[in-house]
Design a protein around this ligand. Structure first.
Ligand SMILES: Cc1cc2nc3c(=O)[nH]c(=O)nc-3n(C[C@H](O)[C@H](O)[C@H](O)COP(=O)(O)OP(=O)(O)OC[C@H]3O[C@@H](n4cnc5c(N)ncnc54)[C@H](O)[C@@H]3O)c2cc1C
Length: 244
């Protein structure tokens, strides 16, 4: 199979077209679309990157980024995963897509990708659908020859919104260097809880500041976590984040 779109941050703004091959509902407000390029080619991307989807509403055309939740090595349709947002007309349009519909997008884009430092421990923090870019990053990190520790703290407001839970459990059982901590907390205090856990594990837990830490979620809580970790002595470049 041939490939389309280079994986680097230099991706040109070429419009690509994809067909919805499959729909999976994680919960009533959280869905995955599995997409394949109508050109028949395979989309190349780096774990952590996103595509920008063109959303033609009646009164405006908007472009919204969605992270690729699947593994680039997987030759089946690639996956995006999203949740409904109060007043979010862009994502509502995505929820209205059916199998066989097509959509335009550009990309892949983004630099929220694994740092090329295989020997440093990697810590991941995800909230809700913020697991989307982290899922393929975890797989990439686990496929590396390094046995460095990898830990995921993953928070949602209830069990149903811990996505890919069975897969994460299986990974934690099979990969001795991977551990994972699902966290259930009320939506309004989710980032307080994540901050406490990050503080305990990666700040108070030891003096090691060589880890690379990756955060993905919605709103200012992401920046609070970033600042907490940087303020505790982690280098700026070692605290990677993507704020939606
Ligand atoms: C790099 C990047 C990657 C992204 N990847 C994803 C993804 O994989 N899955 C996904 O669901 N969203 C993702 N988003 C958010 C997505 O692009 C849209 O902002 C979201 O779907 C709302 O768009 P809208 O046009 O419906 O709403 P808008 O009217 O544009 O509303 C935006 C508001 O919703 C908030 N918001 C954005 N995303 C969420 C969310 N997931 N949950 C709750 N509130 C949210 C924003 O902070 C903002 O206040 C990503 C954003 C960025 C910047």
């Amino acid at each position: 199979m041939t490939t389309d779109a280079p994986p680097a941050a230099s991706s040109k703004r070429t419009t690509l077209n994809a067909r919805v091959e499959k729909i999976f509902d994680h919960a009533s407000d959280t869905r995955s679309l599995f997409l394949s390029l109508t050109s028949g080619k395979h989309l190349r991307f780096v774990p952590g990157q996103f595509i920008s989807i063109t959303i033609p509403l009646a009164d405006e055309t908007r472009s919204r980024p969605y992270s690729i939740a699947s593994d680039p090595e997987d030759r089946s349709p690639f996956e995006i995963c999203f949740n409904r947002v109060a007043g979010g007309r862009g994502v509502a349009w995505l929820f209205d897509r059916s199998v066989g519909d097509t959509l335009d997008f550009s990309g892949p884009f983004g630099t929220f990708t694994l740092a090329p430092e295989p020997d440093s421990e990697e810590g991941f923090i995800a909230e809700g659908t913020g697991i989307a870019p982290i899922r393929p990053m975890l797989k990439q990190a686990l496929a590396a020859p390094s046995a460095a520790k990898i830990h995921l703290i993953y928070a949602a407001s209830d069990r149903q919104h811990i996505l890919y839970a069975a897969e994460l459990d299986a990974l934690a059982r099979s990969a001795p260097n991977f551990s994972y901590e699902p966290v259930i907390a009320p939506a309004e205090s989710i980032y307080d809880r994540l901050s406490e856990l990050a503080q305990t594990r990666w700040i108070a837990g030891d003096q090691d500041r060589t880890r690379h830490l990756y955060i993905c979620g919605v709103g200012k809580g992401v920046l609070r976590l970033r600042d907490l970790l940087r303020g505790a002595g982690y280098e700026r470049r070692a605290v990677h984040y993507e704020q939606w």
